[in-house]
Design a protein around this ligand. Sequence first.
Ligand SMILES: Cc1ncc(COP(=O)(O)O)c(C=O)c1O
Length: 375
Amino acid sequence: LAGARASSAGAWGPARPFRPGTPALDEFPFEVWGRLAARHWRRPPAGLLGYGDPAGHLPLREAVATYLGTARAVRCGPEQVIVTAGAQQALDLAARLLVDPGDQVWIEDPGYLGARAALSGAGARLVPVPVDEEGLDVSAGAARAPRARLVYVSPSHQYPLGVTMSLARRLQLLEWAERAGAWILEDDYDSEYRYAGRPLAAMQGLDRGGRVIYLGTFSKVLFPALRLGYVVVPEGLSCAFANARGVLSRFSPSVDQAVLAEFIEEGHFARHIRRTRSLYAARQAALVKAVRSELAGALEVSPDEAGIHLVGWLKEGADDGAASSAAARLGVDAQPLSSFTLEHRRRPGLVLGYAGYDERQLRAAARRLAAALKQ
Ligand SMILES: Cc1ncc(COP(=O)(O)O)c(C=O)c1O
């Protein structure tokens, strides 16, 4: 997280073009949300005003369990779902509960800075494991740290490279984890957005040994400031996670949870996903077109079957940190791939989020990025 801040000026303010992870905020159905929220606030039941269940508001946990079963083939009951303040709190909880200081933990390299920060904050010794076209290289991890306690992966759409982990690798990782007695932290942060190809079921649904801790977030599908996400844990861990969640920050705001539960139950959530899925597919195509016309020869992009960001590849030998700083000075938030990398250096690149920007904004940002790269 600190890396992201250092590498892109203004990372925590209003979104600037290409910031990854920003959804289309102006497409959110605020009138529906406002109506549901007004209904709850007009006469809030006492149960929503006192201390709530640290594990989360039961109707929301039920709605999440049903949604994940249908959409992601996750196998769980509501008692296994713990509502968190976004995926970040789920990462923090898992790190604190499952890792002891000094334990080895595999992390994808390049990989998500939020996961790296939470795990090293819990005292983990991070073991960077390379990612290839099939996802995390399980054999490399097993050779390097056979007794690791935990593995962090984003198999649906690896962050930031965008690779989907193959079924063979998923099975290899599950088998290794069961043998090694290691935990798998499966981050399914943007799985709602798949535009082509068959979605692979979540690893959690393939897990027979109870090794997978699955986490998801409403930050990409709805909006980040909602600060609601969830972690799905093996049955034996529900109590520990719920108790620890209570210790960290009691519980998530109950009325927001109740509004979200209704938003899902009444079908608005599914409708919003369907609508934004086709919008983002069009925005991705617009980004590819804009880069190919404005940045030809300087930045290479290929369409991706999933997600809400692309990697733009710079020329071999280019300094992506310097490119990112030049872009930031021109108001474009293109994060350097090297800032997500610990050991496994690869071609330099820039991470480009596109979901929150329309075709005109994407083209204008591509032009500014072209000017920055010339510098
Ligand atoms: C890989 C990855 N995991 C998880 C998250 C979700 O973060 P949160 O739910 O805390 O907003 C993000 C957001 O940027 C992400 O990129």
